[in-house]
Design a protein around this ligand. Structure first.
Ligand code: GLP
Length: 241
């Protein structure tokens, strides 16, 4: 390694540790000139190191104002939320109507999703979910009886996820698909919209911290009242060290 390469490497290590330990997102980095002095390097060497960090998405430059720390990398881009949390985040009061629970065999689809025999028993919870009292979602949750042996009763008027957490079954990760559909007349009546109104069908399998499938759920959301809002991130492939 020649002298300039050695200086670049040292400068890069220094800047990486500043970015990791000292600087918050959008904080300004030391100026090119002060870095050049501190590392007895040329301005060109400093600029090349900063160019590389910019390319990796770790810093950004603002013309005439300097170089700044970027937003951190986000490993988890979409949060696993419950209906109640989702509604509260939108400033709405969550609720449930027409709550029923019954024990049934899992059947092929639910059994497969939960990784249990189709003949194994599940607790089927059916709820019309409301936002500020208005029905917006029809939700079917299937919980393995082996994990949830007792009835949930009144707890189902509140948050199922909170109830599961109380049983040591808090969902930590989920596989989810969302697709467009229409509401058949009976479901549409419960959601107080015309038959065959558009809806989102959200299918989710949720797993607890031990990796056990704790819930398979089918939720039908009224498309006129619900939208999916995601914050999405673009990771930079060379953004690793
Ligand atoms: C979302 C999920 C369901 C889950 C529900 C729990 O709607 N799609 O799978 O059952 O949240 O919500 P809560 O804890 O409010 O009952």
């Amino acid at each position: 390694m020649n002298e300039a390469e050695g200086k670049s490497a040292r400068l890069r290590r220094h800047l990486l540790s500043l970015l990791r330990d000292k600087l918050a997102p959008h904080d300004r980095l030391p100026t090119e000139r002060s870095l050049a002095e501190e590392f007895s390097a040329s301005r060109l060497t400093v600029r090349l190191v900063l160019d590389q960090l910019e390319l990796e998405g770790r810093v950004y430059r603002v013309q005439g104002s300097g170089t700044f720390a970027s937003e951190p990398r986000i490993a988890k881009s979409v949060e696993l939320t419950s209906f109640s949390e989702d509604m509260r985040a939108r400033g709405l009061r969550p609720g449930s109507l027409a709550v029923t629970e019954e024990r049934i065999p899992a059947g092929a689809e639910v059994g497969y999703a939960l990784g249990i025999s189709p003949a194994a028993e599940v607790l089927h919870v059916r709820r019309v979910r409301t936002a500020d009292g208005e029905p917006i979602c029809l939700e079917h949750s299937y919980l393995p009886s082996a994990l949830v042996p007792g009835e949930l009763g009144e707890a189902l008027r509140g948050s199922l996820y909170e109830e599961l957490a109380g049983h040591g079954l808090a969902p930590r990760r989920a596989e989810q698909t969302i697709r467009a559909t229409v509401l058949d007349p009976a479901d549409a009546r419960e959601l107080r919209v015309p038959a065959f109104s558009p809806a989102f069908l959200v299918q989710r399998t949720a797993y607890d911290a031990r990796g056990r499938a704790v819930e398979r759920a089918l939720s039908l959301y009224r498309a006129d009242r619900y939208s999916y809002e995601l914050t999405i991130y673009r990771d930079c492939p060379s953004y690793r060290d």
